[in-house]
Design a protein around this ligand. Sequence first.
Ligand code: SF4
Ligand code: SF4
Length: 177
Amino acid sequence: MSTHHTPEHLHSHLEDTLTVGKWFQNIWDAIRTTYKGMMITFRYVWGVKPVTIEYPEVREVLPENSRSRLFNDVDNCISCMQCADACPVDCIYITAVRRDKEAPAIKTDDGTPLKLDLKQYTIDTALCCYCGLCTEACPTECLTHTTDFEYSQYTLSQMKYNYLAPDIRAWKHRIVK
Ligand code: SF4
Ligand code: SF4
């Protein structure tokens, strides 16, 4: 005696056979879900404030306390090294020498006498984690985070800033508020 088994896939296919009722149900589901999706789209097109901006034509102004590009106003830097000591990733490089005793006395804007001559002040901002500890340690507040966020580069070496270089000194008038 032979037994006859309905193959599993054929069995499920028979169960899914399209009826007239299911056909109308499918059409209704398609209309209903399309309408629902398009209502969300139209709400954003016409009704809801946009969540994106047309950058770079439109630029948002970052909050004053943003921790973005670092700037050291080297004329007010007393070479105390406190920023470098505070830096958790050691990306601040400072070289300074004792000022000549005969050299005319100079002071920072807040009246602190400069006892050392700053010879190198470099930050490798490719290593920087923007923690802000260096700016908090700075006694003359010459080292600050600016709100300038547009400084991507093609090479890592371009992210290393020598703050004594004339072109970087000139940032003072552009990015420091
Ligand atoms: S903000 Fe950057 S440079 Fe300053 S302490 Fe943090 S890691 Fe170092
Ligand atoms: S803490 Fe400020 S003053 Fe001292 S070396 Fe750093 S930037 Fe200059």
